[in-house]
Design a protein around this ligand. Structure first.
Ligand SMILES: Cc1cc2nc3c(=O)[nH]c(=O)nc-3n(C[C@H](O)[C@H](O)[C@H](O)COP(=O)(O)O)c2cc1C
Length: 376
């Protein structure tokens, strides 16, 4: 995906090269060192949930209403009181700067230009103020309690001052998931501050000279600019795995976070109706049904399968979101593809707007109970 940024802008508009999202994935695979690509592409353990997430979408079939004219489908939605040009919010992606120079700023810029919101991960290589400036539109800040409450408080204060409009608290990461590809590829060794442990990667990195040159020109390996440890400064990449072990977010922490932030909170990482109700109880304004793209606990149910349970339990009280992830022109192309897909599909369904798209337009396996109790 990142091959289209900056120098490749002109080529990015040539239609046959990038027709769908899988083309962007293949381009990223060609461009990035394997250790970086697998960090993005991989899931936890046997990657069952990662595969199941995709499979669950493949199982959905449509029920179009034909002979219906829908000349200009309305894709706009309102999320937390903000109008978005389409129902898409870029999910937090840690270490985007490893993938492309100033990756977080580039992705936020593409989101802003497309009129959608961008969520900045705590684990960002760019300063949150620079990311907000790059977007010029709606930005949300994703919070981990890495580094403790004092450290989180300084990020919260900075995010408020920079104009971030919602705080997304991720609750499914009490410890880093076991991503076997990362262990085999040696991500930890690559990110360590010991030069000797990077030696085995030299040939792999040299095989991707464009990525390497740009990465080094961007400052090389890096600190988390918004995880500022009091008295120590920004946290090093090498310290993040250990820091995650101490950063579990509990429901009690959420009350503290709520007070410290004072604005809308979105809870990310809801898998069940029970946790959805707790999110409502602590006063969250939205929740994200998410299993972290299958990167944390393996063998949890795909997000699409738990969505109906969550909506049925809390849908009247809170906004329920389901998210996607990605990094300049590559991100812009991904958004363009998704926008065109959505608009075309609505027309083929005979549905005039996203607002009117409901379950009567789809068949979801296991959804028979809903069908029996609702008129089509
Ligand atoms: C490379 C990568 C890094 C990610 N980093 C974060 C992160 O820092 N914080 C977070 O809450 N989620 C992170 N995620 C998860 C995404 O925000 C998102 O939840 C996931 O890609 C989509 O799966 P879902 O539909 O289960 O949410 C990351 C995902 C990827 C692929």
């Amino acid at each position: 995906m990142f091959r289209f940024a900056q120098h490749d802008k002109a080529r990015a508009v040539e239609p046959p090269r990038v027709v769908n999202i899988e083309d962007l994935r293949r381009a990223a695979k060609r461009r990035l060192p394997r250790v970086v690509f697998d960090y993005i592409d991989g899931g936890a353990e046997d990657e069952r949930t990662l595969r199941a997430n995709c499979h669950a979408f493949e199982e959905v079939t449509f029920r179009p209403r034909c002979a219906v004219a829908t000349p200009a489908c309305d894709l706009r939605v309102s999320v937390l009181g903000t109008s978005l040009s389409m129902p898409l919010i870029l999910a937090p992606v840690g270490s985007s700067r490893l993938m492309y120079p100033r990756g977080e700023e580039a992705a936020a810029g593409a989101a802003g230009a497309a009129g959608i919101a961008y969520t900045l991960s705590t684990l960002s290589g760019c300063r949150l103020e620079d990311v907000a400036a790059a977007s010029k539109r709606t930005v949300w800040y994703q919070l981990y309690l890495i580094g403790g409450r004092d450290c989180a408080l300084s990020a919260i204060e900075r995010a408020k001052a920079a104009g971030f409009s919602a705080l997304v608290v991720t609750i499914d990461t009490p410890v880093a998931g076991m991503r076997e590809r990362d262990l085999r590829n040696g991500v930890k060794e690559l990110l360590s501050d010991n030069l000797g442990s990077k030696l085995p990667f030299v040939s792999q990195l040299l095989m991707k000279p464009r990525w390497l040159t740009r990465f080094l020109a961007d400052g090389g390996l890096m600190k988390f600019q918004n995880v500022v440890i009091p008295g120590k400064g920004p946290m090093l990449y090498a310290d993040v795995t250990a820091a995650l072990e101490d950063s579990v977010v509990t429901w009690d922490d959420l009350k503290w976070i709520q007070r410290a932030w004072g604005g809308p909170i979105v809870i990310k990482g809801i898998h069940t109706a029970d946790d959805a109700r707790r999110a409502v109880d602590v006063g969250a304004k939205a929740l994200v049904v998410s299993n972290h793209g299958g990167r944390q606990l393996d063998s949890v149910a795909p997000t699409l399968r738990v969505l109906p349970e969550v909506v049925a339990s809390v849908g009247d009280h809170i906004e329920v979101l389901l998210v996607g992830a990605a990094g300049g022109a590559g991100v812009a192309r991904a958004i363009e593809i998704l926008r065109a897909d959505l608009s075309r599909t609505l027309k083929l369904l005979g549905c005039p707007s996203v607002a009117e798209l409901d379950r009567s337009y789809v068949d979801i396996p296991g959804d028979w109970l809903w069908k029996m109790t609702n008129d089509r």
